[in-house]
Write a protein that binds this ligand. Structure first.
Ligand code: OOG
Ligand code: MG
Length: 253
């Protein structure tokens, strides 16, 4: 058990003080259960610093992300209050190791959502949807990791930026989107990249969170996953994502 706490401290310190760490499981000794236990223990340390739980992020829900990172299992991580970046504001680059951004769609729930639910049941629990940007920042050197390692590192979660909330009763199965950096389009895609329909990512979040004993709560945010490959960012940049029907969200670096 103690190595769980040791890895949790290693990764939490790396995130807190923005330094990179070496991979520690290249020989695949950690099970997925161990990896999620490290994630939970590392998040408990954040809670100890006053951060509160605000939701869940899904990872590797698009082929584009699976191919970019060379991993193909859907993973999840925990979102806290300390990770939320207000739309339109600036992040301090020094607080990150080597941040990347990716276009996502966010859900906010009006009801708890737990276990094996259908798409319509999931939709009925959604208060609103919004265009979003995830700032991922793997704590591992060169952004390279195995599946258990990235899970232990809270699925690279670092920040999330959410645009204006919209009524979820629009067809958001296949909305075109573009991510721009300093006005230059760097990625284009569609919400359909997320398991064929972003609602499937929410269905998976409901199942995986309940299985971990932390079912999705009313008021929680679910980030559905990157729809395109992620892009590195640099100081001085303005990053924005524009999504068909849902508008634009952005922030400064
Ligand atoms: C892992 C996190 C994946 C997504 O949206 O697919 C993720 C990583 O790519 O570092 O956030
Ligand atoms: Mg993501």
């Amino acid at each position: 058990m103690s190595h769980i706490q040791d890895y949790a401290k290693l990764l939490d310190d790396a995130a807190h003080f923005a330094h990179e760490v070496e991979q520690f499981d290249t020989d695949n000794r950690l099970s997925l259960d161990d990896a999620y236990a490290i994630q939970a223990a590392s998040l408990a340390r954040r809670a100890g610093r006053g951060e509160t739980r605000v939701g869940v992020k899904m990872g590797f829900t698009s082929r584009a992300k699976m191919i970019q990172m060379g991993l193909s299992d859907v993973i999840w991580g925990r979102l806290t209050s300390g990770m939320q970046v207000e739309e339109g504001t600036s992040i301090d680059f020094k607080r990150y190791v080597h941040p990347r951004v990716e276009p996502e769609i966010a859900f906010i729930l009006k009801q708890p959502l737990e276990g094996n639910v259908t798409g319509p049941q999931a939709l009925a629990a959604v208060e609103a949807i919004a265009p979003a940007i995830e700032i991922i920042d793997s704590r591992y050197k060169d952004f390279k990791f195995t599946l258990p390692e990235v899970i232990a590192d809270n699925a690279s979660s670092s920040g999330f930026v959410i645009g204006a909330w919209h009524d979820p009763h629009v067809d958001f199965s296949n909305l075109g989107l573009a991510m721009t950096i300093n006005g230059r389009t760097v990625q284009v895609g569609s919400t359909a990249a997320l398991l064929g329909h972003p609602l499937r990512s929410l269905v998976a979040a409901a199942r995986l969170s309940a299985a971990a004993g932390e079912p999705l709560q009313a008021g929680w945010i679910v980030m559905a996953g990157g729809a395109t490959p992620a892009e590195y960012i640099q100081p001085g940049q303005y990053v924005s994502v524009e999504m068909e029907s849902l508008g634009r969200v952005g922030f400064h670096v």
